[in-house]
Write a protein that binds this ligand. Sequence first.
Ligand code: S3P
Length: 438
Amino acid sequence: MRLIAEPCNRVSGEVLCPGDKSISQRIVMLGALLDHDLKVENFLSAADPISTMSALEMVGFKYQYLHDLNTVNILNSKKRVTDPDSTLDLGNSGTGLRLMLGFLGGLNIKADYIGDNSLSARPMARVLDPLSQMGIKYNSNAGKLPINYINSTPIKSFSYKLPVASAQVKSSILLAGLCSGAEIEIIEPTATRDHTERMLEFLGAKIEVDNNGDGRKIKLSGQLDSEVTYYDVPGDFSSAAFLIISALITKDSDLLIKNVGINKTRSGLLDVLLEMGADIKLTNQQNIMNEPRADIRVKSSELHGINIGGSIIANLIDEIPILCIAASFASGKTKIEGAEELRVKESDRLNAVARGLERLEINFVELDDGIIIDGGNNVNVKNININSYHDHRIAMSFLIASLRSTEAITVDDCSNIETSFPSFMHVMNRIGLNIHEA
Ligand code: S3P
């Protein structure tokens, strides 16, 4: 699907943020381990959480999914879990696959895994190696899909220092420990998103997190123990990021985004934007389901470039493509470094951003682990055609650049927006953009 974003210059209104993708995927796994039903609201009805839930259904977990209400009733079904009859297809979802390898491996489920072309090109040894050390063995295609379960020899305890800042690896190990009964200790040199730890704690598992010393130490021992029958997913900060930056880079904008998850391990972009001069205010701050959330009010701002690197990168990793669009219209240079993980996301996002910026004729230098963008002026180029590299976040980022373009921007292959933000076009058009199918 090819989308065209016509030039527009004002963003305003009030938007309810769609449910968090990472949390939606975690709750369909963890909620299914409870001894009773769990009702989940504000579930993200998008391709990634749905492919995760479908794979879980194939091993016998039961869900009553009310798509139009963004509600999932997770039915008490863990006793029916069994080896699936056919291959589990995780589509485009790295989180779905990596977490599932730990979750189902820990439950000793004999399954075969596949995914789409993008997922099939992504590195899986980062989870297969620690899982193998835990006694959960898989065959793979040199560390990539397809992956087949071999067997599992449970161990009593496992300690692991994460060699790469990855919440998916951390979560896969925690889920494997929870499901196999192994006590887990993880040392995380750089703090990554902690939704799994928070959800485990919320659902009564014995989990301790020590932030003193070098990095974080996470210890998990014991099973879920909870009477909770309701879970409300906070809004996805990563989706809110597209809205926030739309309002910041446009004149006379005033936007209220309601119910956004503002977990510190996710919302590093807020700190960065404030340092760049953004007018952003948080109101109605609450802690619900052990996750902080707030309403975010954003107004037009004159942004200026800054240097971004170090531990904050893990806390804004998915927002870097749209941050690059903000940097393109900020005065001066923005330097992002230490972000080499972007090369193994749904696409090589540093390359995809660089190729897109070339089309917009924005000055930049691509680094091995980041990018330097020399921002400022509006785009004034005819016939702009952007390659999304099949990547939802690249597609959405460059459509938003239309807010600072005098000509329309065409983005090829936007169908993967379905994986994380299916209502993107509708929401964006409601706040003032003009995006339509070619
Ligand atoms: C995610 C973790 C991050 C992030 C991804 C979602 C998660 O990936 O980029 O979109 O839900 O745990 P890594 O673990 O590869 O850093």
